[in-house]
Design a protein around this ligand. Structure first.
Ligand code: MG
Length: 459
């Protein structure tokens, strides 16, 4: 593993490219970077998570740091507990929504937010140059259990919504936990809010045998059917470590996070007009429309949750939205959080009598499509540049290139940060138009890759 951090922490397959020596050295690098403890450690329910967290703890202790272990918790719970309980930093062992064999390490500062890209480079440098802090035998740290994390987390979330009003709503909610880490928190939160909960895949299972660790409108089909057939008010599906949430309405219709996020944003901005909002360039223009309605400034970032968190801190933003179901609510903590998202949508539903489906219909309708094209790693940047040069329209280049083709239609062409792929996204208020845009740009990208491959062979 040359470069330690990807777009979302350190990832690998334990026993393959993530050895015990590697993990312990990462622990030593983190101990050297943090300088002092205590550090709060947490893990998801993957088969390798306990082993990875023990090796990390050893590395941290050998650097002279005290470690406290919150054990199995959702990522946002660990993050909130770091901030609330006054830890110097936090380390979470999780590969989020990746397949079961993967694992990963996420590093949080004392504010509970993932460390900045600059700090990732500092940690990388310590690791690569082996500049580890060494302590004497009697300065080696200890690990003890931290049992307060889940309670603090749920108290924090519930304290930010009108719990009495939600209780009066008598809501019925289906939670598809996806065998992930929210099993230990989200159902308890819903109970405390007086919500009648039915859980699907509610046991922690290292193989994610239920529906897999990634919630999408497709993978949540069982939940959607159950909500509709059993007459529940809504459904929510979480990812493996519980920071992302995808919702469906009473009719079983599921939406991406930027669409339901726009509904929540409309509510939050009606209470705090003019507050700043952050989203990624791939999000729906619906967010821009809602922000404008309330006189709010919308800041676009690259695709990636750390970019959203850091931009929120920099601009003092109230709310952040990712299309994959990540919502960031600053009064809680500017990181994405499945429990906070669920509490917020319940609060919105508790205002007035309209069902979630009625509320969703009231939003302007947009159509979005996404495709990917395989592209050799070394060619990705050049292809994106050439697409930009061949395009007419207003171009934004926050991440890849986004071209506004008319008032209500855009296309985004960007290189994947982790895979040899070019991703093409398009959105329009007209369904045939979005299909036409995607087809057209897919052809342009494929042609450029073919031509590039041809010219590099000739050279
Ligand atoms: Mg996640």
């Amino acid at each position: 593993m040359g470069k330690l951090f990807g777009t979302n922490g350190i990832r690998g397959v334990p026993g393959e490219d993530m050895s015990v020596e590697f993990v312990a050295e990462v622990g030593r690098a983190l101990g050297t970077y943090f300088k002092k403890g205590p550090i709060l450690l947490g893990r998801d329910g993957r088969a390798s998570s306990l082993a990875v967290s023990k090796a990390l703890a050893s590395g941290l202790m050998f650097s002279g740091l005290e470690v406290r272990d919150a054990e199995l918790v959702p990522t946002p719970c660990l993050q909130y507990a770091v901030k609330k309980l006054g830890y110097e930093g936090g380390v979470m062992v999780t590969a989020s929504h990746n397949p079961p064999k993967y694992n990963g390490i996420k590093v949080m500062g004392g504010d509970g937010v993932e460390v900045s890209r600059e700090d990732e480079l500092k940690i990388e440098e310590i690791y690569l140059e082996k500049k580890f802090r060494k302590v004497k035998w009697d300065e080696i740290g200890e690990v003890k259990l931290e049992h307060r994390a889940i309670d603090e987390y749920l108290n924090g979330v519930i304290g930010l919504v009108n719990a009495d009003e939600i209780r009066r709503g008598d809501f019925r909610l289906i939670m598809d936990i996806g065998n992930g880490a929210q099993a230990v928190a989200a159902p308890h939160m819903a109970e405390r809010l007086g919500v009648k909960v039915l859980t699907l895949n509610g046991n922690v299972d290292p193989s994610f045998t239920g529906r897999g660790p990634e919630p999408t409108p497709d993978t949540l089909s069982a939940m959607r059917r159950a909500v509709k057939e059993l007459g529940y008010d809504l459904g929510v599906g979480y990812d493996g470590d519980g920071d992302r949430a995808i919702f469906c309405d009473d009719k079983g219709e599921a939406y991406w996070g930027d669409i339901t996020g726009a509904l929540i944003l409309d509510y939050l901005l009606s209470k705090s007009p003019g507050s700043r909002v952050v989203t990624t360039v791939s999000s729906s223009q619906l967010i821009g429309i809602v922000a404008e309605k309330h006189g709010s400034k919308l800041i676009y970032t690259k695709v990636g949750s750390v970019d959203v968190s850091r931009a929120m801190i920099e601009h003092g933003a109230l709310f952040g939205i990712e299309e994959n179901g990540g919502w960031f609510y600053s009064p809680h903590i500017p990181v994405r959080d499945g429990c906070m998202s669920t509490a917020l949508i319940l609060e919105v539903l508790s205002k007035g009598e309209d069902s979630l489906s009625e509320r969703m219909v009231s939003l302007p309708k947009f159509y979005k499509m996404k495709v990917k094209v395989e592209c050799p790693e070394g060619m990705k940047g050049e292809v994106v540049d050439k697409v930009a040069r061949a395009s007419r329209g207003r171009i934004e280049s926050v991440d890849g290139m986004k071209v506004w083709l008319d008032e209500r239609s855009w296309v985004l062409v960007r290189a994947s940060g982790t895979e040899p792929l070019i991703r093409i996204y398009a959105e329009s208020d007209d369904e045939p138009t979005v299909k036409r845009i995607v087809d057209e740009y897919k052809e342009i990208v494929e042609d450029l890759i073919k031509k590039n491959a041809g010219s590099s062979r000739e050279a």
